[in-house]
Design a protein around this ligand. Sequence first.
Ligand SMILES: [Zn+2]
Length: 243
Amino acid sequence: MPTASPDHQRRLLDLQARDTAIDRIRHRAAALRSDPEIAAAQERSSAAQAQRDQAEAELAAAEEALAAAEAAVEQVAVRIRRNQQRLDAGTGSAKDLTALQHEIGTLSARRSDLEDTELAVMERVEAAQAALDRATVTGSEATAALGALTAVRDTRLGELAGEFEREKADRAQVLAGIDDAALVSLYEKLRGTHDGVGVAPLQGARCGGCMLELNPKDLAAIRAASEDAVVRCEECGRILVRS
Ligand SMILES: [Zn+2]
């Protein structure tokens, strides 16, 4: 059975307390980093951005369609003006003038149709602009909500980083007081295989690690062992420190 000074064994419990605290800080930081609320806010923000992009694309397409509709109306208007000027000048045969008049009538009807189309496209532009405005507001709100959540998380992470540094310094101090590499090495090995707990106090007849009661025979053997014997829990295998 390995041996270690009773003082070093008791300090091992302090080391365990520091390590448990450090593990808890790490666990809390990891939970903060994978906060589902932030992930959901991120998703909402991305979705809002995608919606805004889509609205922007629709507005651009509608504006392009409006420019085309305006150009079509203008093209017909130009032809009507030209014909009207020729008609007003009164040159050409009576037959030509009748034909011009007829063409002006046809073009006017065409312009009226094109103006209806232009009006419909203008309404499309207005609707697209309104949709973009709404998407912009939604996007800003989503970004602000995400920013607020992230700020709270970052503050908390900063606090945890401070706690972590303090615990690490405390741990280093405790470790410096245990001048027994073999004992520390055994503790570290057990910590790695026993859910981060390598040493536990013997609480009456109970192991403070696995919380099981030791059977009378094992308990008697532990009590009979020399003070500097490094005893282990028969149930979980952790180092047991007698007080
Ligand atoms: Zn145990």
